[in-house]
Design a protein around this ligand. Structure first.
Ligand code: ZN
Length: 314
């Protein structure tokens, strides 16, 4: 049982943004749309579909407007997009995004490498997104990258995190995602970050975004659940990485996360069997094996018939 007593965990799927953006081979609009549609059919109600960053900086997501135009829209399903600045926000509004997500790196060096600006400049750029989102009546979420560590700096100063959260908060944003861009989170790092944010901003709704770079992604989720955090971001089949962060590998895997949550008695509204089929399709699209475990082994009580298994000797 979480600290709040609720048993529902919200999962935001980020595979078609965080995952696909790291793929070198261009993925077709049709394949991206098919994956998002299938995820929604499997029960996902929050999907970070794409990113309105500069097409020159990220050619893989240059088709963001086409993807948004073609995906199915269903009542109750929110399609979120990343927006770094006013230009991205204008494009996101034209594409009828349901949610605009800001992203600012909590480390100065990662901010410089990823966004080519200082944290203060990134905060100022995001301020220009706010009136555009308000004008169109589009919900805004805040996002922090490298919130649990930076490959260039190590642990990030908690004051950087509080400064960025404070800036989002001042714009009226209450849902903020903390991204473990390069997989440096461990349970103690998560605990101290969540507690520091809660102490200063008790009304912020925290979402945790883990990568499984060092194999402790789901351990971090278990820790988050114990802290009462009921919102997580993950990628179908464990897609993911960050083109600007050396050594960054996949996000925690959505179907593995759903399996864990259901086994622990949480509800997600997601059909695990359908999700596993989507993960297998995603493997075909990228043309290689992906890290997700559930699509390989299946849920633990999905029993095999003894006749279907050859006995290994030795
Ligand atoms: Zn990520």
């Amino acid at each position: 049982m979480s600290a709040t007593g609720s048993r529902f965990v919200t999962i935001t799927e980020v595979g078609t943004r965080d995952g696909f953006q790291a793929e070198k081979e261009q993925i077709s609009v049709a394949d991206k749309v098919a994956v998002i549609d299938a995820l929604i059919d499997a029960g996902l109600r929050s999907v970070e579909a794409t990113s309105f960053v500069s097409p020159r900086a990220l050619p893989q997501l240059a088709d963001a407007a086409d993807v948004m135009a073609q995906v199915q829209r269903k009542p109750g399903v929110k399609l979120a997009v990343l927006v770094p600045n006013a230009r991205g926000a204008e494009r996101a509004a034209a594409a009828k995004a349901d949610v605009m997500v800001g992203f600012i790196s909590a480390s100065e060096s990662h901010c410089k490498t990823n966004l080519n600006k200082t944290i203060d400049e990134a905060i100022a750029d995001f301020a220009q997104v706010v009136p555009i989102a308000n004008q169109w009546g589009i919900q805004m979420h805040g996002g922090l990258a490298t919130a649990f560590g930076c490959p260039f700096e190590g642990d990030v100063p908690i004051n950087n995190i509080l400064k960025i959260v404070g800036a989002y908060h001042a714009h009226g944003i209450r849902r903020i995602g903390f991204g473990d861009t390069t997989g440096m989170a461990t349970p103690p790092v998560v605990t101290r970050t969540v507690e520091a944010v809660r102490n200063k901003f008790p009304d912020v709704q925290i979402a945790l975004h883990f990568h499984n770079t060092r194999g402790v992604g789901l351990a971090n989720v278990m820790n988050g659940l114990q802290l009462g955090v009921l919102e997580y971001e993950s990628s179908i089949a464990g897609l993911g990485g960050c083109p600007f962060a050396p050594g960054a590998t996949g996000n925690i895997c959505t179907e593995d996360l759903v399996y864990l949550l259901h086994e622990c008695g949480y509800e997600t509204g997601i059909d695990l069997d359908k999700l596993i089929l989507v993960a297998k399709e995603v493997e075909k699209i990228v043309g290689r094996q992906l890290p997700g475990q559930m699509m390989k082994a299946g849920p633990r009580l999905k029993l095999m018939s003894t006749a279907s298994v050859r006995t290994a000797v030795g």
